[in-house]
Write a protein that binds this ligand. Structure first.
Ligand SMILES: CC(C)(COP(=O)(O)OP(=O)(O)OC[C@H]1O[C@@H](n2cnc3c(N)ncnc32)[C@H](O)[C@@H]1OP(=O)(O)O)[C@@H](O)C(=O)NCCC(=O)NCCS
Length: 378
């Protein structure tokens, strides 16, 4: 109503709830999880530690972290029925397969897991472990390859790359994947997280809430931008093509994918780390093409339009260097964001009230019901 009018639609600038999980200061370019600056987490944390931080609210002790990491490593497997379902879905969109697989996991678990906060926490943690397995599984199955069983000796990020490619990653690749998962793990009340919270507020089960979040993340206005960046880099082809590409895109009034942000008015703090990872991977592998095009493109966009790169921009060249197929970029985002989604489900349920906003009715009123034989025949 008045709120909608004030916000210009899309609930912009409307505070719709409280949260203690992550905070963003868009004007100063600050993102923090549970009050800890994302730069510190990107430098020093791991996905396992960050996921536990998001869930529990504080950094874990060494013993708690080791127990959590062991729990995740032990929960990575998925039932054979899920492999069958993924196989039957064939070449469908990877995000559609992921959404269906999450829902199917929930259907298979419902009987066994029980109710209550304890069981819910276990289910949330299991989903964090299984999401990466589902992403690797769907890629292998659609390529006609055998799934790779998880290796419990590997940390979460390294194990994901192992299940995806079939070979154990080197230290730089494993760390790059780990940091990328840390950077994408939560981002306040973004659209998919809000969807998960709405589902949780109705007391839907956690798999339903996460399936809703995956469905929303699939949308190109939300999770799909990293794929679009890779397609731009491919279209540009070489660093020399970057300036002309920017000129032509702006002249055609098209968006430059991976630039600008609804909240950050400075550089997206996550982009700093992804640029660094993209550069290290390029240096180590000797394949510097995508990083080199990215750097020229970012410079050209800054000069010609004054826009900064966002999280999706350097994710593209980073993921390409890690051997991740372009249409798997958004599923990889989900494999990280599952930590935030489940933290938000738990927070919502800890102090729940059904989310049910108002709308402003703008249609006609007092319309009489006309019997069908008295209506115009057309
Ligand atoms: C993310 C995004 C939707 C934020 O939009 P926003 O904050 O609402 O910004 P606005 O749409 O109000 O843009 C302000 C101005 O910058 C322009 N602009 C913003 N992002 C742009 C982009 N990526 N390419 C070209 N122009 C852009 C707008 O056209 C507008 O120009 P105008 O004032 O001349 O009309 C937008 O920047 C975008 O579409 N980016 C590309 C997609 C992307 O990378 N998404 C991932 C986000 S993490």
């Amino acid at each position: 109503m008045a709120e909608t009018a004030k916000s210009g639609g899309g609930l912009r600038n409307v505070v719709i709830g409280e949260s203690r999980i992550s905070s963003i200061d868009g004007a100063r370019g600050i993102l923090a999880y549970r009050g800890i600056d994302i730069h510190e987490l990107a430098e020093s944390s791991t996905f396992e530690e960050t996921a536990l931080l998001l869930h529990e609210g504080t950094l874990p002790s060494r013993a708690a972290l080791e127990a959590f990491a062991a729990e995740l490593a032990g929960e990575r497997g998925v039932p054979e029925a899920i492999v069958d379902i993924v196989r039957r879905l064939g070449p469908a969109h990877p995000m559609a397969v992921l959404r269906t697989a999450v829902s199917a996991l929930g259907a298979l678990e419902a009987e066994a897991s029980g109710d209550g906060q304890g069981a819910l926490r276990v289910r949330c943690r299991r989903l964090i472990a299984q999401m990466a397995t589902l992403v690797a599984l769907l890629d292998r199955v659609r390529k006609g390859r055998e799934p790779v069983a998880p290796d419990p000796a590997l940390p979460h990020a390294a194990n994901f790359l192992y299940m995806l490619t079939g070979s154990r990653p080197g230290a730089t690749a494993a760390r790059a994947m780990d940091v990328a998962l840390v950077l994408h793990a939560d981002h306040e009340f973004n659209a998919s997280t809000f969807a998960a919270r709405i589902a949780a507020s109705a007391l839907a089960d956690v798999h339903g809430a996460v399936a809703a979040a995956v469905a929303v993340l699939k949308g190109p206005l939300h999770g799909g931008a990293n794929e679009a960046v890779m397609r731009s880099l491919e279209q540009i082809g070489s660093p020399e093509g970057a300036e002309a590409y920017v000129r032509e895109t702006l002249a055609a009034k098209r968006k430059l994918m991976g630039f600008g942000h609804a909240i950050y008015k400075t550089e997206d703090p996550r982009a700093v780390h992804l640029r660094r990872l993209s550069r290290s991977l390029a240096e180590e592998s000797g394949e510097s093409r995508w990083y080199a095009i990215s750097e020229r493109l970012a410079e050209a966009v800054r000069t010609q339009k004054g826009l900064n790169a966002n999280v999706d921009f350097y994710s593209a060249s980073t993921y390409r260097a890690l051997g991740i197929p372009t249409d798997l970029f958004t599923p990889v985002f989900a494999a990280s964001r599952i930590a935030g989604w489940t933290a938000h489900v738990l927070e919502q349920l800890a102090n729940n009230r059904l989310i049910r906003p108002d709308s402003e009715y703008t249609g006609p009123r007092n319309v009489p019901y006309v019997p069908i034989d008295q209506r115009p025949s057309r």
